[in-house]
Design a protein around this ligand. Sequence first.
Ligand SMILES: Nc1ncnc2c1ncn2[C@@H]1O[C@H](COP(=O)(O)OP(=O)(O)OP(=O)(O)O)[C@@H](O)[C@H]1O
Ligand SMILES: Nc1ncnc2c1ncn2[C@@H]1O[C@H](COP(=O)(O)OP(=O)(O)OP(=O)(O)O)[C@@H](O)[C@H]1O
Ligand SMILES: [Mg+2]
Ligand SMILES: [Mg+2]
Lengths: 253, 253
Amino acid sequence: RGRIIAVANQKGGVGKTTTVINLATALAACGATVLVVDLDPQGNATTGFGLPDEARASGSYQLLTGSKVEPCETIVPGLKFIPTSVDLVGAELELVSEGQREYKLKAALEPFLVRFDYIFIDCPPALGLLTLNALTAADTVMVPMQCEFFALEGLSHLLQTIERVRAHSNPDLEIEGFVLTMYDRRNNLCRSVESDVRAHFGAKVYTSVIPRNVRVSEAPSFGKPVLLYDIGCAGAQAYIRLASEIMDLDSVP
Amino acid sequence: RGRIIAVANQKGGVGKTTTVINLATALAACGATVLVVDLDPQGNATTGFGLPDEARASGSYQLLTGSKVEPCETIVPGLKFIPTSVDLVGAELELVSEGQREYKLKAALEPFLVRFDYIFIDCPPALGLLTLNALTAADTVMVPMQCEFFALEGLSHLLQTIERVRAHSNPDLEIEGFVLTMYDRRNNLCRSVESDVRAHFGAKVYTSVIPRNVRVSEAPSFGKPVLLYDIGCAGAQAYIRLASEIMDLDSVP
Ligand SMILES: Nc1ncnc2c1ncn2[C@@H]1O[C@H](COP(=O)(O)OP(=O)(O)OP(=O)(O)O)[C@@H](O)[C@H]1O
Ligand SMILES: Nc1ncnc2c1ncn2[C@@H]1O[C@H](COP(=O)(O)OP(=O)(O)OP(=O)(O)O)[C@@H](O)[C@H]1O
Ligand SMILES: [Mg+2]
Ligand SMILES: [Mg+2]
């Protein structure tokens, strides 16, 4: 049975989409079968895999409203994808008045669990109904965070929301881990936020840290994960290290 | 009569809050009277001005639900502030079923127009009801954007939303301008996105560009705008140039 990992953080621009695209690719490159669900109306993950506009006809909105959706192929063997669609923007307002509104995604992803080792959900930068659906469907939550002051402040909001979801709709929800992104070793603020986070969350913070690396931000303009754009760059190597760290953790009984 | 400027972009982490805090401070330093409204449940602007938790008792949630709110003082003379409060998170779901739900903020800000030259609204990274309230109340929209690929992609969503707001609830809404943030001259992607944006939006893109500058990201951890934390740094100087560019534009008949 596969594991559903919601990649969430309401702080904007911390590397959620970049982590989903590149970690999923690295895991697929090691032989895992991976599904990525783009639950952000912005659709950056859909663009980051180079999916054309036609591919967006049926996607995560259909998933939330109960239609059957078949994931599409990507340029990465072993990695399938459920794109965002523009009508997803309206989904939050539509879902509000429905019963069981947080459980829609969980029900929709159930049939995919036997087909994939990992299912990643890219969340929008908010704690609204889309993210609540992802947290209710997920086995674990992965939290990308920049080592900046505002990012630290947002963590307590996120952790409170995770507690609320555990109490109301998903008692088994665990934290998969904290990924430090866009890390700059020369920057004092970065180093002091990192030591705060490690002191606070201990082993839940991955050893592998993702450095700020311009090749990572160039890759989406070519519609490719950075592993396919420039496998030798520091960013790609860091995501490969992160993938093997996660697989090592999985193999520990 | 003051001008209401919504600072909005659904792309996360592009410098909305940093621009509100530092541009408002630079305008106040030049003698303007300024009000800042924190409409983001994350409350980064509230923290960036060093406001303690007690100050958050009455704020933008009360504004949206019709109570009378008195702005609080900040460490910047001439700059007043309406903080976020945690109950703002629930406001979006509560507003959905109300009539005239987009007009709540507009009605609430009306009495402040005679007291302030500029009213800035810091928006969350989403195009939900909070941002719609800001766009309906605003005279103009200021759009901070990073020179990155995903940021470029999000612009068309934002412009479509502005058109929709113009058609439904605020026909006079104009674009105040595009502010390029966290700019790195050495980065090719940055330079090519900049030339795309200037080719597309012409004079609506400010000449003043905000460089990536670590002092800017350090300032919030001291609860101060960067102008008070380190007036000589490149980031502070850039925001001062941006303020004078805006005031020059205002004085042109
Ligand atoms: N390691 C990195 N090095 C350099 N740039 C990066 C890195 N990771 C992400 N970026 C860039 O930073 C920006 C923000 O990253 P991304 O869009 O993945 O964050 P996000 O959390 O998904 O944002 P949002 O909150 O809008 O969904 C993007 O332009 C991306 O290309
Ligand atoms: N010019 C700059 N130089 C360096 N760091 C910056 C600069 N501007 C903003 N930052 C940092 O980048 C991060 C994102 O900026 P900010 O929080 O202002 O963006 P935002 O658009 O308000 O984010 P959100 O979408 O979460 O509301 C913050 O940690 C901030 O300190
Ligand atoms: Mg994203
Ligand atoms: Mg902000």
